[in-house]
Design a protein. Structure first.
Lengths: 634, 322
């Protein structure tokens, strides 16, 4: 017999226990007011020693079976490319596409990500206004139905939070732009040295391909119209610890990466040393240490209760493992659920104004679900490629993104776009050594009508595949995705989760800006490849626009922070705007942060790092609100 | 049951013959005088000791193989007889090295289909089941879920509570390809239908004989047909129609998985798949006392071949055994 259980009221209720909730929980629990905090997650607690150290080297179970990840029979999502299509559900994680699984439990998807981090530069926060000022009419020309907005704060507003976030989660890298000087830790031009913005750990050792890329960048002339006189290569910024570390200011000890290679490879692998930064091994321990924090695992949140009079969330309802319904009341609610699940629980609960697309007008109203973009597009655009005369151990050795070198010079407005048909650009990186990943499944998963995997000819090509004597290098440098009115998240009218509630439905396709950017940038990358000494340098023919079939794991937008309450969901404190709800705007107790509270950006694929400072700002806002409830002043 | 006899004969033919060969070789030179053909001793450049060592290794390998898998949990005799030549066509045993046969791919597939994989245990299997590619002339209308319609306002604001028309022919090909599996069948049932459909196609006028009896070229051609979307009607013995490309994906994918996944799952026996591809398994640089650092291996510019180690070996070492 299941029953309804009323939980003790808490000052702060965190929905989910991943990157964002972990930080907010730790910051609020550590406040001198001894606030009580609970975090509720649908999955278990993972202990990296006992849970991963002997069972993670299992490509079939982890990479394909997704044994540590969110089970699809409980909940999936549906996807389509346009509002006139019927959205089909994702039924399995593989075949023929390797879908990226949601995380499950404490630490969330960051239990298995690649650890790519990097700040978003000033341009990313003001894409819309800067583009309109520099290139009047261009945005509308590229993407007539664009719904691009500036962020509510600019880069300077987020810089202090970036710095704190990087110390807590533990990043490694050096951004000095010099190939030899790794001591100064001056940062990339926009990073203000006065903050002492120094990554707490040195970068991972560079691979031979990475050093060759770095040297080639320094020896290559920037493209015509560049606003810089030379490229600025620097080691990849990673959240995989490069040495033993104790995080600041929490004092949580962190083990370094062991470069075992069962790490990247479609971001499949959990880390057996805890070197891969996530909430379970960085922030949740700090929250626990306060004695003010409670962690609820294996609990599936299915509703929030919204009080239309007070404009507050009053309760979160969840099922436990026995099927009991628990009611958790709180003063403040923070939504740190992954991606579209953040939107879904709001739509299921009547929190905010759902976005509704009007196909007749080609625009839409409302804000929850609006402005979905994707920070990752593996099939878009034109690739530049070549072959280096460098051998490698392409089996499992290395870490997810470590060892590579990046340049930011070909993104943002770092070059003149007057005669180009796109805005922004791409972060280009090379030499990342994920190991084989182990990568067998890359082979198995890549079989296709043009590459059927059948017969002796194909088999012969796999001989000693992991012991290559040459290395293929290249990039698919797509420009940023631009939010449009017809890309959004809503509730699916046909498919439900195991409890009978509608799944989220993604209406999304890749946008022209991504393609146009790739076509141009691939030729620039090809120049660098040539300088690297690569043979057979090619720029692939511009493909006909293919369509998204990707169950996006690098979503941005859909639940944006902004300046305008009618088109964004949260204000600059990541506090709910009430989204045009009737009555005076008295300030809600509902906050959220995550990849999808970003607007479109240009730096890293996932946007996690860009969301991180938002969670810190939300934590500050929540502490203010707990003292003085009301609308926080920007 | 001629099928049963045939399969059993196949099973024992290979293993018994090889065991005899190697067992006799290992027993030493005395048998050389018996007049039996012992090919292991035919090499003129090897010393007797080396040959004996090789033979011993092969005996151990074979014993390990026999210990692990020789039976079937779910594949029927007819399915075994058909699937063996299919996986051996996909990854042939040839001059470049061992193939699906030596790796025991069929046992990997059998165990997967008998377990969670076959039961689609980690798949989302709620209806409605809509074919991803609607014929271009069709317009499909699907009523909304009653449970969704019943949700209180304003929950419904994000969706469209009326039936949604799927305009035939306008769906992008990638939408169809990407979220491909939309069958109301678990994967075991899908494989049963698919294997029957392959056999029906082989027996059709296009090829005219059971798959096992076709020439190697014809077998390759038939698999290529599936990838090209042929035949137009790909159906099992009772009229269940599936997409030939969908099943071709399954065949190639699972065969390569059986060649390359950890031996714990029944395929990649004796790690022959990993050895063929130069993959190290869970040898993180010191499984056999090599004393190599993963960090060094990561930045090397000439490849170092590591003898692969399996997950079971790794776990035994981690537990202080081995």
């Amino acid at each position: 017999m299941s029953s309804v259980i009323m939980e003790p009221r808490k000052n702060l209720v965190c929905l989910g226990a991943g990157f964002m909730s972990g930080l907010v929980a730790a910051e609020v629990a550590r406040d001198s007011h001894n606030y009580s905090v609970v975090a509720i997650t649908k999955g278990p607690w993972w202990d990296y020693v006992s849970d991963f150290s002997t069972t993670k080297y299992d490509e079939w179970g982890v990479g394909l079976g997704r044994k540590y990840d969110s089970p699809l029979p409980v909940q999936s999502t549906t996807i389509r490319n346009s509002p006139t299509q019927f959205a089909l559900p994702v039924r399995r994680y593989t075949m023929p596409i390797q879908y990226h699984a949601l995380g499950h439990g404490v630490g969330g998807a960051a239990q298995h990500y690649g650890g790519t981090m990097g700040r978003q530069g000033p341009w990313g926060y003001k894409q819309q206004s800067l583009s309109d000022a520099a290139y009047p009419g261009k945005l509308a020309q590229i993407q007539p139905n664009n719904d691009l907005q500036d962020w509510p704060l600019d880069y300077a507003g987020y810089e202090p939070y970036y710095h704190k976030w990087e110390l807590v989660y533990g990043l490694c890298g050096t951004n000095n732009g010099s190939p030899t000087d790794t001591s100064s830790d001056m940062n990339y031009p926009w990073m203000d040295p006065s903050y002492g913005s120094k990554y707490p750990m040195p970068p991972h050792p560079l691979t031979p391909v990475a050093t060759q890329f770095r040297d080639a960048c320094l020896a290559t002339s920037p493209p015509q119209g560049a606003k810089f006189t030379s490229y600025h290569p620097f080691p990849h910024v990673s959240s995989l610890a490069s040495q033993p570390y104790t995080n600041v200011p929490y004092g949580v000890p962190v083990n370094p990466c062991v470069y075992d290679g069962y790490c990247g490879g479609n971001c499949n692998y959990a880390c057996e040393t805890g070197a891969k930064a996530n909430a379970a091994y960085r922030t949740i321990p700090a929250a626990m240490a306060t004695g003010n924090f409670k962690l609820v695992t294996n609990a599936y949140i299915f509703r929030l209760v919204w009080d239309a009079t007070s404009h507050t969330v009053t309760e979160a309802h969840y099922y436990d493992a026995q099927g009991n319904v628990h009611i958790q009341q709180g003063d403040v609610f923070f939504n740190g659920m992954w991606g579209y699940n953040m939107i879904r629980i709001m739509l299921l609960s009547g929190v905010g104004v759902p976005y509704q697309y009007n196909s007749g007008l080609g625009t839409g109203t409302g804000s929850v679900g609006r402005g979905l973009t994707n920070g990752y597009a593996p099939y878009t655009g034109t690739a530049a490629s070549g072959t280096l005369n460098i051998g490698a151990n392409s089996y499992s050795a290395g870490n997810a993104s470590g060892g590579s070198v990046d340049i930011y010079d070909l993104m943002d407005d770092n070059f003149d776009h007057t005669n180009l048909n796109f805005i922004g650009g791409a972060q280009i990186g090379m030499g990342g050594y994920a190991g084989g990943g182990p990568g067998n499944i890359t082979l198995a998963g890549n079989v296709s009508p043009s590459n059927t995997g059948v017969g002796g000819t194909f088999k012969a090509k796999q001989k000693d595949k992991y012991l290559p004597t040459t290395t293929n290098v290249g990039a698919t440098p797509f420009a940023p995705d631009i939010p449009t009115y017809d890309h959004y998240v809503d509730l699916d009218p046909h498919y439900t989760d195991i409890y009978g509630d509608p799944l989220s439905r993604l209406t999304y396709d890749w946008t022209a800006n991504m393609y146009n950017g790739a076509t141009y940038l691939a030729t620039i990358v090809a120049q660098i490849l040539t300088k690297m000494g690569a043979s057979n340098v090619k720029v692939g023919a511009t493909p006909a626009q293919v369509h998204n079939d990707w169950w996006g794991h690098h979503l941005r937008g859909g639940c944006r922070i902004g300046k305008d309450p009618t088109s964004s969901v949260f204000n600059s404190w990541n506090q709910h705007w009430l989204s045009g709800a009737p009555g005076p705007n008295i300030g809600s107790n509902y906050f959220a942060a995550g990849e999808i509270t970003n607007t479109a950006g240009d730096t890293v694929p996932s946007g996690t790092h860009v969301a991180g400072p938002q969670s810190w700002r939300a934590a500050e806002g929540i502490r203010q609100y707990l003292q003085t409830p009301g609308l926080l002043t920007p | 049951m001629s099928g049963l006899g045939k399969t059993r004969a196949f099973m024992s033919k290979t293993t018994r013959r090889e065991f005899l060969k190697i067992g006799l070789a290992a027993a030493g030179g005395a048998l050389a005088a018996s007049g039996m053909e012992i090919p292991l001793f035919s090499g003129s450049n090897s010393s007797m000791q080396t040959q004996l060592n090789n033979a011993n290794t092969q005996v151990i390998n074979l014993q390990n193989q026999l210990k692990t898998v020789t039976g079937f949990l779910t594949l029927s005799v007819n399915e075994q007889a058909l699937l063996e030549p299919i996986v051996e066509t996909i990854i042939p045993s040839d001059s470049t090295g061992p193939g699906a046969k030596e790796a025991g791919v069929i046992y990997f597939i059998d165990r997967q289909l008998a377990g969670d994989y076959g039961q689609s245990a980690n798949m989302f299997m709620e209806g409605p089941f809509i074919p991803p590619k609607v014929p271009s002339t069709a317009n499909l209308s699907v009523a909304p879920s009653p449970s969704w319609v019943a949700l209180p306002s304003p929950v419904g604001g994000g969706g469209n509570a009326t039936a949604i028309a799927y305009p035939g022919g306008t769906a992008s090909p990638r939408v169809g390809a990407g979220i491909n599996y939309q069958y109301p069948l678990n994967l075991r049932a899908f494989w049963k239908a698919g294997l029957e459909a392959v056999q029906n196609y082989a027996r059709s006028s296009t090829y005219g004989a059971p798959f096992q009896q076709l020439s190697g070229d014809k077998q390759l051609a038939l698999l290529a047909d599936l990838w090209a979307g042929k035949p137009a009607t790909f159906a099992d013995n009772h009229g269940t129609i599936i997409g030939p490309v969908d099943f071709a994906y399954e065949l190639s994918f699972m065969t390569w998985a059986g060649f390359t996944m950890d031996p714990l799952y029944g395929g990649n026996q004796n790690m022959v798949g990993w050895q063929y591809m130069g993959f190290n398994g869970v040898n993180l640089g010191n499984a056999y006392g090599e004393g190599l650092s993963q960090k060094d291996l990561m930045v090397a510019t000439t490849p170092t071949r590591l003898k692969p180690a399996s997950l079971a070996q790794y776990q035994q070492a981690a537990a202080g055994g081995a």
